[in-house]
Design a protein around this ligand. Structure first.
Ligand code: ATP
Ligand code: MG
Length: 428
């Protein structure tokens, strides 16, 4: 057994000492079977929530109405959920009420896919009434029971299916896939936050391109409460259907962070900046994430505009001002994205990227904070009343310094400002 499961054994044992049944369930069992690192360990038990609460010192009644208690043991939280059956589902999502039951198999029956409906005992024995292990070995994702009803009950399961397909590189069982296509119209019942969470997990996984392929093939995203992707969906479809598929998606998993992957998709499908912003807002991304993803896309658009530039100096300056505008971190991230999607059908030649990276490395400073003068220095030495010229000149000095045209030395920067002042005066 993996260490994180072993660490949770005392909880299971404690329940058993009190004559309750208790087993490991869910993702931790699936990942154990696959030999993958186990994330959160979930426990299912015949004990009622109030009985669970009595047995453990540190617990939080997280989802009391659904029978879930969070038990904290050695500073790790575990979800302990009473065996249950789900009754009528409300609006194709949450069960209206749950019914506590005493047998494990009934509890496994309510779960979404066979690979998620396995249990592991404290002795390391696998309980697998629906053939989850066989399906996993074949690389198949299959609904527990009748796929049509499972997707109708809870439409989120369709998106979970696609997420798991991407993360574990699976293929859907035929009936599961047919049912998914039949019921994709129910996607409109799913909260956009949930859509984001699933897409994020899918993209963060091992085979994001496979997930995207199934996203496109299923057309799921065309049926959302707030659709956003019609254009991109079509592009994705175009990419996968064309004889000469754009390779960029096959390299997505070389990008370390999921936000870089989002940016790469936006760039690869040639979305406009407005479309990217709209997509991220509709998906309820945080402002911070929106900012860093759109910065990468914006840098790409700017560099594309100047990529044909034959005048080295102009190209250099436009790159330096993009770095100043969007920040060094975003510039580095963009380079990473651009390198990943640049070959073989690329938008930007590899040697251009090398040159840009080189210029970035040689950049002495990239922000006003690092400049050796401030606004007060300028107003003290240049004899004109404070005004918008101060920040204008600071930015000009920054650009000159950042591009290597001027050393970042207080006296020299001030001299340059005085020179500009004299030039202006001579003109008048
Ligand atoms: P991960 O934690 O990696 O996201 P998971 O399968 O553990 O994947 P959870 O949301 O933690 O997903 O749920 C734990 C278990 O609860 C699942 O393995 C599954 O058995 C069951 N489950 C979760 N969501 C649903 C659902 N929408 N319908 C049916 N069963 C579900
Ligand atoms: Mg889980």
């Amino acid at each position: 057994l993996p260490v994180s499961i072993i660490a949770a054994l005392p909880i299971v044992r404690r329940l058993q000492e009190h004559h309750y049944e208790a087993v490991f369930v869910g993702g931790s069992v699936r990942d154990t079977v696959l030999g993958l690192p186990v994330k959160d360990v979930d426990i299912a038990t015949s004990a009622r929530p109030e009985q669970v609460l009595k047995l453990f010192e540190r617990c939080i009644p997280t989802g009391l109405q659904h029978g879930t208690i969070t038990v904290i043991h050695d500073s790790v939280s575990y979800e302990v959920t009473t065996f249950r059956q789900e009754s009528v589902y409300e609006a194709h999502r949450k069960p209206e009420s749950v019914l506590y039951i005493t047998d494990l198999e009934g509890d496994l029956l309510r779960r979404d896919f066979t690979m998620n409906a396995m249990a592991l005992t404290d002795k390391g024995e696998l309980l697998d009434p629906f053939g989850g292990l066989r399906d996993l070995k074949r690389g198949t994702i299959r609904c527990v029971g009748d796929a049509d009803s499972r997707f109708q009950e809870d439409a989120l399961r369709m998106l979970r299916a696609i997420r798991f397909i991407g993360v574990y590189q699976l293929s859907p069982a035929l009936q599961t896939w047919k049912a998914l296509i039949r019921h994709r119209g129910l996607m409109k019942y799913i909260a956009m936050e949930r859509v984001q969470a699933e897409l994020d997990k899918m993209l963060a996984g091992e085979a994001p391109q496979r997930g995207l392929h199934f996203v496109a093939d299923s057309g799921l995203l065309l049926y959302l409460k707030e659709p956003f992707l019609e254009e991109t969906e079509r592009l994705l479809k175009g990419n996968y259907r064309s004889k000469n598929p754009v390779m960029l998606f096959s390299r997505l998993n070389q990008l370390k962070s999921v936000d870089l992957r989002w940016a790469a998709i936006a760039i690869g499908t040639n979305m406009s900046l407005e479309a990217v912003l709209h997509m991220l807002r509709v998906l309820r991304f945080s402002n911070n994430r929106i900012k860093s993803i759109t910065a990468i896309v914006a840098i790409h658009k700017e560099i594309l505009m100047h990529a044909e530039e034959t005048d080295e100096r102009k190209l250099h300056l436009s790159w330096i001002s993009a770095i100043i505008r969007y920040g060094e971190r975003s510039a580095i991230e963009w380079l990473e994205v651009a390198r990943t999607i640049s070959e073989p059908q690329q938008t930007l030649p590899a040697d251009l990227l090398t040159r840009l990276a080189d210029w970035l490395n040689k950049m002495p400073i990239s922000s006003l904070k690092q400049l050796d003068v401030c606004g007060n220095d300028l107003t003290a030495h240049v004899k004109r009343p404070a005004g918008p010229w101060v920040s204008e000149w600071l930015n000009k000095l920054l650009l000159m310094t950042a591009s290597g045209g001027l050393p970042n030395k207080r006296m020299q920067l001030i001299e340059q400002a005085i020179k500009w002042d004299e030039e202006d005066n001579n003109h008048e």
